[in-house]
Design a protein around this ligand. Structure first.
Ligand code: P6P
Length: 352
């Protein structure tokens, strides 16, 4: 038996003990009730990620995981079996949390209320359960996007009107990227941090802390197949990157993976308005606002092209916004083309 035992300074042991719930408490420098709530909420998000990752790892081997359900969601999109499974996972893990009264999802026209948690549960989860689900059937990365907001008022009429506020009201935001590894990236307003799932432990382990989005990057990520549907300003930006050295086009068709690349390598992702979706395709409350929260926390920027994205106040739950997000310099470059065209239009409209 050794007296005054000195534990070995085994780095990996310390690293493996930096779990998500502990990290949240350290971030908040508090063990108070609010900190405990956020820690418990993030732990539930992690559990949902593990359950979805496990299901995805068997997609194609287990009957009824791939393909379509034959239904369409509130967006008018074909619902894939994986969308429904992932949507139900989040409902199940938060039912048992006691903390969340409402869940608002891309897959549900109205928020789902967990009766046993209402009105005690003071938090709302907004989420896109599987973003980029068309990638599931071809074994490419997909993601879940989430935001946590505090419920204000009792919402007795179940209109969830208190959710229609700017993105600066988000308490926490992040995503889970299901790729070669499963990665959970989150922020509770104290920087952006990344955790990697260690399947042998069943824990998300801290692998990148205080991530800084580079001021500029070579990646530009946009669906150029929409070129004919864009405003001239976006075409101007595209022609600029085509004609200048140092740019690479990277687009996977799944927002989470495309954003993750920008977060770590820099550059800009954009989904502007199109003829088909004049206000953009992506949804504010559970796609662009959570990522905008992360981008700004990591030193980047996020706008609609003309307005800071976190300032946008939605008028309805599934509101879409155009999005330009990533490195500050590259977001500014896109915005400069938009401003240039606006000035030209104003000059033409101005009385001679
Ligand atoms: P498009 C996936 O359907 C999604 O919602 C995002 O994940 C992705 O960034 C975008 O739509 C892709 O849309 O029109 O380029 O196929």
């Amino acid at each position: 038996m050794v007296d005054d035992y000195q534990p070995s300074s085994e780095q990996t042991l310390d690293r493996d003990c930096m779990t998500l719930s502990r990290h949240v408490l350290l971030q908040l420098q508090s063990f108070g009730p609010d900190a405990q709530d956020l820690s418990a909420l993030m732990n539930r998000i992690a559990l949902a990620g593990k359950l979805i990752a496990r299901h995805l790892s068997r997609a194609g081997l287990v009957a009824d995981t791939l393909g379509f359900t034959g239904r369409t969601n509130v967006q008018g999109e074909d619902v894939k079996k994986m969308d429904v499974f992932a949507n139900d996972v989040f409902i199940s893990v938060f039912k048992q949390s006691g903390l969340v009264c409402r869940l608002a999802s891309e897959e549900m026209e109205k928020p789902y209320y967990i009766p046993e948690n209402c009105p005690i549960g003071r938090y709302t989860l907004l989420y896109d359960p599987i973003d980029g689900s068309s990638n599931v059937d071809i074994n490419l990365n997909v993601g879940s996007i989430f935001a946590i907001r505090r419920q204000t008022g009792d919402d007795l009429d179940r209109s969830a009107a208190d959710l229609l506020t700017h993105g600066r009201d988000q308490l926490a935001a992040g995503y889970i990227l299901y790729g070669p590894t499963t990665v959970l990236v989150y922020s509770i307003g104290h920087g952006v941090h990344s955790f990697t799932l260690d399947p042998s432990l069943g824990e998300f382990i801290l692998t990148a802390e205080n991530i800084q989005l580079p001021a500029h990057g070579s990646n530009y990520s946009v669906n150029e197949g929409n070129f004919w549907q864009w405003e001239e300003s976006i075409r101007d930006f595209t022609r600029y990157v085509h004609r200048h050295e140092g740019y690479s086009s990277r687009y996977s068709g799944a927002l989470v993976g495309d954003f993750h690349r920008i977060l770590f390598q820099g550059g800009v992702f954009l989904y502007p308005g199109t003829v088909k979706n004049p206000h953009g395709k992506l949804r504010l409350l559970y796609e662009t606002a959570p990522l905008a929260f992360l981008a700004e926390q990591a030193g980047g920027q996020a706008s609609t092209g003309t307005q800071r994205l976190l300032d946008v106040v939605p008028t309805e739950l599934h509101q879409r916004t155009p999005v330009v997000i990533g490195s500050a310099e590259d977001v500014a470059l896109v915005e400069s083309f938009i401003q240039e065209r606006l000035r030209e239009q104003e000059a033409i409209a101005a009385p001679s």
